[in-house]
Ligand binder design. Structure first.
Ligand SMILES: CC(C)(COP(=O)(O)OP(=O)(O)OC[C@H]1O[C@@H](n2cnc3c(N)ncnc32)[C@H](O)[C@@H]1OP(=O)(O)O)[C@@H](O)C(=O)NCCC(=O)NCCS
Length: 197
């Protein structure tokens, strides 16, 4: 994202691109994680690094190897979440992930867009919120600025461009509701930390 980026955090605070040392630290953290740390087959080591970089990570979380994380200091993940192999978290505008969320492998969460009408090709940052018990199936893509409601499911290969209501199951490009999930199902506590993954 280019330097003129402006947006609002999930809490409504104005967000701008980090500057100076803040930007160097953020970029170095993301680069070191992407090129080296993400490949270390130990959960505690990868998560210790991400926490030191400012990412908020709850208990019993698994972020599997190969994932790329931009602006880790703007991302929070609640307890019991799982993020599969080789996913992409673009945290430029902030990503808030609730509890017991399952993000399958190769998912993409985008942090913003370039303004097509801006002669500087500047970015518009839009925070993303993923509520408790959401499941993003393999290769789902979530564009910036949407809220995926509690317990919703995004089918494999879907591209989410608008808010998803709680307990909806959506599929396709752009994602549309295909059915609903029972709210009664959303009571589990995930704690999936497979060795060496
Ligand atoms: C979300 C999901 C589980 C839904 O499956 P389901 O409840 O069995 O859905 P159904 O097969 O009843 O499909 C209902 C309709 O949606 C369509 N549909 C289902 N999944 C779709 C998808 N990914 N993209 C587009 N359409 C889809 C079906 O074709 C069907 O359409 P029809 O009514 O016109 O025939 C499934 O789509 C999915 O994503 N599976 C992959 C899970 C995965 O990633 N596993 C590995 C990691 S844990």
């Amino acid at each position: 994202m280019n330097a003129v980026a402006v947006g609002h955090s999930a809490a409504g605070a104005l967000l701008t691109e980090p500057r100076g040392w803040e930007k160097i630290r953020s970029n170095l953290s993301a680069a070191a994680y992407r090129s080296l740390i993400t490949h270390i087959p130990l959960h505690w080591m990868r998560q210790s690094f991400l926490r030191a970089a400012g990412m908020r990570i709850g208990k019993s979380v698994a972020i599997l190897t190969g994932t790329t994380i931009i602006r880790p200091e703007r991302i929070s993940i609640g307890k019991g979440c799982m993020i599969g192999f080789d996913s992409f978290l673009g945290g430029e505008a902030g990503i808030t992930i609730g509890e017991n969320v399952n993000i399958s492998s190769h998912c993409v969460l985008l942090g913003g867009i370039h303004d097509p009408d801006d002669p500087n090709f500047g970015a518009i940052l839009k925070p993303t919120v993923i509520e408790d018990y959401v499941w993003l199936a393999t290769r789902a893509t979530v564009v910036a600025g949407v809220r995926i409601g509690r317990g919703a499911i995004v089918a494999t290969g879907a591209v989410v461009t608008k808010d998803v209501p709680p307990y909806a199951i959506v599929a396709g490009v752009p994602a549309r509701k295909i059915k609903e999930r029972s709210p009664e199902a959303c009571k589990y506590e995930l704690a999936y930390q497979p060795w060496f993954f």
